[in-house]
Design a binder for this molecule. Structure first.
Ligand code: ATP
Ligand code: MG
Length: 569
C-alpha cells in the first residue's frame, strides 16, 4: 500500500479525552475516529487489524466444527419478551420503534434469536450437537462508554451458541471452546489468563472469562502465587480458617462515639483496629430486608451475597430506609436487639470476641459485643471479597491480584433459554427435552485494543506480526533523490511479490516525520532506504526491540523473513 494515498490521518498530540494507551494510540495512529460516545469509525489501518483478528477467530472456530452464520442486528421485542430480558436488560438495551409502531432492539447478544431459530429447525437428538457462530456488530448502551474500543456502545463481537442433547456433550464442547479461545488469544499475541467468573444476567452456571493482563483492565483477578487457581475477584471463594481468640468475654456496654460513623472513624475513636468492628449493612434482597454483617476490614461482595441467598436482585437500603427499619443512621446500626430482620454474617464475624457494633441509636456503639450471647446470626456465609495475602481457595499458595481486560467468556447456559422459549427435541426414547446450551463470546474490537495495551511504548504501537496491519514499513527517506526512490520502488515490488504486506511511505515528507509515524503505527519491521541506497544498503529497525540492522538488498528478503519468524515466536 502506498502511504501517499492511504487514509492514515496520524496526529501528534494526545487527545484530551483519551486516557488509556490503546485509545490514545489508535487515535494518534489514524486508526479510529469517534462518531458519538462509544461509537467509532474504523479507518483502513484498524480494519486490516480487525480483519486479521477475525481470520484467526474464524480459523479456530471452523477447526472445531462450528458453523458460521449471520443473524440480524434488529430484534423484534417479542423475542426478548419471551425470555423476560426485554425488562431485565433495562437501559443497556437500545430500543427503537418502526413506522408501524412495532418495538425492536438492537442486538446486544443473540441467545433469543438463535434459540428461536433452533426451536423451529431442530427436533431430534440425531441433529445435535450443533455450534453456530457469527462475527457481528453488537449494541449496548453502556452506562460509561470509555477507553476507546475497550468499552464501546457499538462494538464487534464473535458470539457462538451450542446446542446439545446431553450434559456430557455440552461439557465436551465447553472444553473445546476453552481450548479454541486459548489458541485465539495466544495467536493474537496476548498474555492472558482464563479465570473463574460470574454468569451475570445471562444465567447458567459454569463460566470462565479470558482476561488479557493489563494495568488498565477494569476487572481484578485473584490468582494463586503457586498454582493454576485464578478467579475474577467477584467469584473468588474465601477459605480462611478463622481462629477464635481465648480472650475472656467482657460485659456489653453502650458508649458514646459522637460523630464517628465510618469504620475508620469508629476504630480511631475507640482506639481499636478495624478487625474488632462488626460492620452492619442493611440490604434489600428481593423483597426482604437483610442485615449483613462483616468484619470491619472486609468488603461485602454483593455478587456472593446474591448467589448465597439465591436472590434475583439485591440493593442497599437508602439512608431513609435504614432510619425506618432500624431507627438509626447508617453509621450507627448493628444487630443487637434487631427483630423481624434476617441477620446473615460472613464467617469472619463468628470468631470476633469483644467486638464493636452500632447500637441503633444516635451517636452510640456497643463495645464488648459477643456473637451468640448478644445477638444471633441466622446463617454464616462466604460474603466478602478475597484479599491479597489470603490463602488460595484451592489450598495451594497465597492470593495475589492482577488487573485484566475481559476479552472473552465461555458459559454453560444449560436450559434457561430453551425452557423459556420452548426449544425442545425428541430424545432417543421419543421424549421431549429442552436443548442444553452453551454460549461463547469474544470481544473482537476490544481484543485489538487489548493487544495495543500489551504491545506499545511511549513512541507508539509494537504490533505482533500475526495481527499487524502490514508486516513491513518501507520508508523512502528522500523522495527527491532518484536513487532512493528507484530502489524503494523496486523493493516495494519485490517484497510484495514475496507475499509480504508492505506499507510504503512514499510521501514527500521529511525523514524525521516518516520515522515518527513509523514508530507510532508500529509495524513489526521498518526498512529505511536512505543515503546508502547507492551501495544497495538499507537500514532495518525491529520495532519491538529497537535493534537497527544494516542489510544489503540482496539479503533483505531472507533477513526479513527470518526476523518476522523470530518475532512471531
Ligand atoms: P463487561 O463485563 O466488560 O461489560 P460482558 O461480560 O458484559 O463484558 P459478554 O456479554 O460476556 O460481555 O460479551 C462477550 C465479550 O464481548 C466480552 O468478553 C468482551 O470482550 C466483549 N464486550 C462486552 N461488552 C463490550 C463493550 N462495551 N465494548 C467492547 N467489547 C465488549
Ligand atoms: Mg462477560
Amino acid at each position: 500500500m502506498r502511504q501517499q494515498y492511504f487514509l492514515v490521518p496520524t496526529m501528534r498530540d494526545v487527545p484530551a479525552d483519551a486516557d488509556v494507551a490503546s485509545h490514545q494510540l489508535m487515535l494518534r495512529a489514524g486508526m479510529i475516529r469517534q462518531v458519538a460516545a462509544g461509537v467509532y469509525t474504523y479507518l483502513p489501518l484498524a480494519k486490516r487489524v480487525l480483519h486479521k483478528v477475525e481470520t484467526i477467530v474464524r480459523e479456530e472456530m471452523d477447526r472445531t466444527g462450528a458453523q458460521e452464520l449471520t443473524m440480524p442486528t434488529l430484534h423484534p421485542a417479542e423475542l426478548w419478551q419471551e425470555t423476560g430480558r426485554w425488562d431485565v436488560m433495562g437501559g443497556e438495551l437500545i430500543r427503537l420503534t418502526d413506522r408501524h409502531n412495532r418495538h425492536f432492539a438492537l442486538g446486544p447478544t443473540h441467545e433469543e434469536v438463535i434459540t428461536s431459530l433452533l426451536r423451529d429447525s431442530i427436533n431430534s437428538y440425531k441433529k445435535l450437537p450443533l455450534n453456530l457462530y457469527q462475527i457481528q456488530t453488537k449494541f449496548r448502551d453502556e452506562r460509561r462508554p470509555r477507553f476507546g474500543l475497550l468499552r464501546g456502545r457499538e462494538f464487534i463481537m464473535k458470539d457462538a451458541y451450542s446446542f446439545h442433547a446431553t450434559q456430557e456433550s455440552l461439557d465436551e464442547e465447553y472444553q473445546t471452546m476453552y481450548k479454541a479461545y486459548s489458541n485465539v488469544f495466544a495467536r493474537v499475541g496476548l498474555t492472558f489468563r482464563p479465570v473463574i467468573a460470574d454468569s451475570g444476567a445471562i444465567g447458567g452456571k459454569d463460566t470462565h472469562e479470558f482476561m488479557a493482563l493489563a494495568e488498565v483492565g477494569e476487572d481484578t483477578i485473584a490468582y494463586s502465587d503457586s498454582s493454576d487457581y485464578a478467579a475474577n475477584i467477584e467469584m473468588a471463594a474465601v477459605k480462611v480458617n478463622y481462629v477464635k481468640s481465648d480472650e475472656a468475654p467482657l460485659t456489653l456496654q453502650k458508649v458514646d462515639t459522637g460523630e464517628a460513623k465510618t469504620i475508620e472513624e469508629v476504630a480511631s475513636k475507640l482506639n481499636v483496629t478495624a478487625d474488632k468492628i462488626i460492620k452492619s449493612l442493611l440490604v434489600q434482597v428481593d423483597n426482604e430486608w437483610v442485615l449483613v454483617l462483616l468484619r470491619g476490614d472486609h468488603e461485602l461482595n454483593d455478587i456472593k451475597l446474591k448467589h448465597e441467598l439465591n436472590a434475583s436482585s439485591i440493593r442497599f437500603a437508602t439512608a431513609d430506609e435504614v432510619e425506618q427499619v432500624l431507627g438509626a443512621t447508617i453509621g450507627n446500626i448493628g444487630p443487637i436487639g434487631v427483630k423481624d430482620v434476617k441477620i446473615v454474617a460472613d464467617h469472619a464475624v463468628e470468631v470476633i470476641v469483644n467486638g464493636i457494633c452500632g447500637a441503633n441509636a444516635t451517636n452510640s456503639h456497643f463495645i464488648g459485643v459477643n456473637v451468640g450471647r448478644d445477638f444471633d446470626v441466622e446463617q454464616y456465609l462466604d460474603l466478602r471479597f478475597i484479599q491479597e495475602g489470603d490463602p488460595s481457595p484451592d489450598g495451594n499458595g497465597t492470593i495475589r491480584f492482577a488487573q485484566g481486560i475481559e476479552v472473552g467468556q465461555v458459559f454453560k447456559l444449560g436450559t434457561v433459554y430453551s425452557e423459556k422459549m420452548g426449544a425442545t427435541f425428541l430424545d432417543e426414547n421419543g421424549k421431549s427435552q429442552p436443548m442444553i446450551m452453551g454460549c461463547y463470546g469474544i470481544g473482537v474490537s476490544r481484543t485489538v485494543a487489548a493487544v495495543i495495551e500489551q504491545h506499545h511504548d511511549e513512541d507508539g504501537i509494537q504490533w505482533p506480526p500475526s495481527v499487524a496491519p502490514f508486516h513491513i514499513h518501507l520508508l523512502a527517506l528522500n523522495m527527491k533523490n532518484e536513487e532512493q526512490v528507484s530502489l524503494s520502488e523496486s523493493l516495494y515490488e519485490q517484497l510484495q511479490k514475496a507475499g509480504l504486506e508492505v506499507l510504503y511511505d512514499d510521501r514527500p515528507e521529511r525523514a524525521g516525520v516518516k520515522f515518527k509515524d513509523a514508530d507510532l503505527i508500529g509495524l513489526p519491521i521498518r526498512v529505511a532506504v536512505g543515503k546508502k541506497a547507492n551501495e544497495g544498503i538499507v537500514e532495518m529497525k525491529i520495532r519491538k526491540t529497537g535493534e537497527m540492522i544494516e542489510v544489503h538488498v540482496d539479503e533483505l528478503l531472507q533477513t526479513l523473513t527470518e526476523q518476522l519468524e523470530r518475532l512471531s515466536q
